[in-house]
Ligand binder design. Sequence first.
Ligand code: ZN
Length: 507
Amino acid sequence: MNDTQFQQKYSQLVSELKKVSLFGSCGSILGWDEQANMPPKGGEHRANQLSLLAGMGHQMSTSTELGELIGELESLKSFDDLEEPQAVVISEARREYDRATKLPQALVEEMSKVTSLGQQAWVEARKEKDFSTFQPWLEKIVGLKREEAEAIGYEGGQPYDALLDAYEPGASTQEIDAVFSAFRTPLVELLQQITDSSVKTDADLLERSYPVAQQKEFALEAAAAIGFDFDAGRLDIAAHPFCSGIGPGDCRLTTRYDEHHFPGAFFGTLHEAGHGIYEQGLDPAWYGTAIGESASLGIHESQSRMWENLVGRSQSFWQHFYSRAQHYFPTALSDVSQQQFHLAINDVRPTFIRVEADEVTYNLHIMLRFEMEQLLISGELAPADVPAVWDQKFTESFGITPPDVSQGCLQDVHWGHGLIGYFPTYALGNMYASQIYNQAEKELGDLGAMFSQGEFLPLKKWLNEKIHKNGRRYKANRLVEVVTGESLSYEPLLAHLRNRFSPLYNL
Ligand code: ZN
């Protein structure tokens, strides 16, 4: 083995990977702009720009030179420890290269264009509450995703596995199905207990007048307090809130405000800031390689949901922040006690909108989408039947029926954006969040006591060290094992939900 030759080739690989990431980040900024700033008539032109970039990016990430370089490195050195960072950089470069080379250039360009236009069609269809204008786009997108699954390949009979792998490397439909099925029964029982409780929450107090300018200031204050760095990021408005890590030093958050609905923007911002803190915590020295990238969407979601729910909806968080809330919203909150407020933000009941769902029913929203997506990809469900099947399954799970498609199957941007296989990562994130949070508490001591004093940075720094700095050194399930000593489990999440809601609802 020639170590000098290896190091030289390795540096060459890293520099190629950086170029691919830099190029991709140009598309990210255009994508962010499309949702945050672009005038409506710019849509067609933007779709052409993004399609061109996607095609060129695909060429870069599938070039023969890159493939040869990876091959040479593999033959120059075999690692004893496959979790050593350099070994991971090479093996992940291989995994991504193989995935990308399986996708024909034409499919990549078509997908980019169709999903850019599909997303614009979704915005319009959702606004007009009219599924028929979105249906042809959904048909195109599902068709392309099925082509993608066939091109990538999958073991066993589940084309959905091929799509899932893009977001949650190493996870399988079967494994997720097993965890969801086991979780479902105790979750539905808990929901029933809460619904039967004689404790009545006054969630209406969150629908009073909360002026948007103050909502924004308060959200910025809270996001900064938990450790989001606004010198390396910003917060804007978009129809469907998201976080986009453009690159080191630049992370874009978005939210949406409703004067008569306080939780949407506030918890939405905490959520996106949780994603942003992860992005900002990635090691810039490894930018472009797997070690400088997030582990998976499930782990990403564990970070956002942890800040939004485990921290943001806790009693101790509001021991610190409630006086600030009253400062920003004196009219709405002057006659509301901290206890009433806390109960209101932890109101549990079946509702239509996933992003505004409570911590208990949220997981049922995901199970519904997971089921629908598998049916769409297997071909058992035609896109034209989505609204009817959605409403039927929704009613079975939640006992209520969406009044229109904007509160039903058109509420999420994901399918219009081609993000099929993405939804399960949200519920995985909830599970991982509880597992990781419990470990942080074991190592750091009473986190609630810290939050009540406004001390959020010990948790943030712990996450930086234990989760963020590892990048994608470990696959999600393995990372959680390394950090907590336990593999994926719904039980810590179920325990958290019982601990939180039993005292609130006198269960
Ligand atoms: Zn999220």
